[in-house]
Design a protein around this ligand. Sequence first.
Ligand code: SAM
Length: 286
Amino acid sequence: MHTHHSTPGRHEHERASESTAASARLLELDGEVLTSYYARLTGRLADLAGDPAPSRILDLGSGPGTGTLALAGRFPAARVTAVDISPRMLHRLRKRAASHGIADRVDTVEANADEPWTFTGVDAPYDLVWAAAFLHHVGDPVQTLEKMYEALRPGGLVAVTEMDFFPRHLPENAGVGRPGLEARLHAATNTEPPHEWSDQLRAAGFVLLERRPYEIHLDRAQAGPRLNAYAQSSLGTLRSHAAGLLGSEDLDALDALLDETHPHGVARREDLSVRTTRTAWIARRP
Ligand SMILES: C[S@@+](CC[C@H](N)C(=O)[O-])C[C@H]1O[C@@H](n2cnc3c(N)ncnc32)[C@H](O)[C@@H]1O
């Protein structure tokens, strides 16, 4: 909390960087908790790529590097070029790559994917382009898919993924407020229609190999020690959108759940799980 004299511009800047830090943290925890999902998906890519394994990989809209780290782990001889518009995300990615001992295999490029791609010279043509929870951010998804096509070698693969809905963590009765709180929170805040990229991939010239939902159901043991932090972070993100959408009784109950000192708080309870679905499209440049 800053108490010095601030201009409105500075307040906005601080809010923006707090929100980038919060979303980077959520994305990092996502990679730490959903390891089995990332292992399944990158394993499927290894099967479809065959021999030789991808050695030049582009991670578009990399964020703090959840995909970069999973791909570098799956393909130990590969170099990954991570592109993101946010220097803060890329800063975190470089730190994490260094702590995983793979800094020498990761290049970061700060660029806006909506502008002409000057970065594809870094390692192009690529064997694999990965775009996770990213395509819905760009201005013209088909144009971006066409650029991905151009950046790939013939025979190269593209993997596009989207989160179908935010993860759910709580039991029906969370012990605070009325039962069904998390369902009401999701119904009120998840207003986006589901993303669908099959036709756009074909329009860009790709051959669609598969479109598959990945159902994720992890209990406490499967999710591992970061589950509470992950649930705290994802519930906190939804809470930040919920003002005005839920009644005050539900908002108070959510605040109690996010209070780290509350006996039913998400930070300390032992009955959390992860229930969510991701959809993955895998396509080949002919
Ligand atoms: C929801 S995050 C996904 C991050 C990462 N792929 C993951 O799955 O953890 C979307 C990322 O896309 C980046 N992004 C959004 N618009 C972009 C653009 N036009 N060009 C490059 N990156 C962009 C954001 O900065 C953010 O890091």
